[in-house]
Ligand binder design. Sequence first.
Ligand code: SUG
Length: 418
Amino acid sequence: MPLIEINFDGLVGPSHNYAGLSLGNLAATGNAGLTSRPREAALEGVEKMRANLRLGLTQGLLPPHDRPDDRWLAALATDYASAPSHLKAQALSASPMWAANAATVSPAPDAVDGLCHLTVANLVTMAHRSHEWPETLAQLRLAFADPAFLVHPPVPAPFGDEGAANHMRLCERHGEPGVEIFVYGESGGPFPARQRREASEAVARAHRLDPARTIFAQQSVDAIAAGAFHNDVVAVANERVLFAHELAFEDKAALYADIAAKAPWVEIVEVPAHRVSLADAIQSYLFNAQLVTLPDGTMALILPGEARGNAAVWSWLGEMIAGNGPIRRLEVVDVRQSMRNGGGPACLRLRVVCDPATVDPRFLVDEAKLDRIAGVIEAHWPEEIAIAEIGDPALLDRIRTARRALLDTLGLIELIDR
Ligand code: SUG
């Protein structure tokens, strides 16, 4: 079986809420305190996966983590009942849904040892995300237990690593050797730069990448300051196409020259700032689209509804599609609940290029499995979580029961106590 790209979507967990925990993520902080709708959020995610299946794509799933994270609270010498309210919110966050931050993935053709490498992200910059990695590691070691893969533990603190959200791969076809671009931040005005160059370099070394096909590029300070807390809010790559905002990178000329030297076949589709401002790009999540290759070899852009709702963005996209560029089709999905936390279609998925036969099938989905998952969500996910409910013991029981029911359905009950 040839190597193909599989999108593993993080399923929105039953504790999905709007605590406003991510400084520098304007949607998350701007919507702090809203009442969330976990059931709707998870069903939106299921519909997005169905839409991808119907495009002929192979789809995987990563289940929600155990929340609240009692082990993390215990390490902080407290428990949920007595923890101060900010720790309660941090322990309860459903943030593992944004699977683009689960790990960095280097497919086998890129590594000198011929293995597909995954390094779990440490996510140390944000407290509520810093405790995701142990369960992510457990899940990935299960899903990718085949000897075709090597799953690495996270890079140590203090070198922040946010995984695939700051990593792009260019290649002529998914199964062929690629050029990997690691985008790090040095500074972001008032906001933290979450990806450190040292972390990216450590990941590239661990993945046994060829330096001649590896690029390190700085994310633009202006983009981070405008609210692009990850590179995947201002750029996305797929096969031979890089789709990026004009102001995504600090030294664009040097990066484009490096790409031209290492991957002369690349087509750069750049959106000029005078057509779509950074503010519009970030509000609409134009670049947090899934840029995918369809079975007929053409490319489609899977966009959030917010991109259609932004006049400047939609008119630019209309012209792009009417032209003769490499992106031939637009698909719009509704992930509004996740978007309110700053998570678009691309945030919700981790791409792994591999032979699907080497993946634990419990992590792959088809329509029938998605029907069963939707049934569990309808029966168990809370309809709403008001911010004042975050300390409510009845809510915690519901959240745990809901996750158990899902793991049962997936045959993954061994993850209950990873
Ligand atoms: O890390 N939001 C996430 C969104 C991650 C989006 N991922 C990518 N761009 N790939 C974050 O900022 C909000 C949680 C809260 O505020 O309650 C949050 O964590």
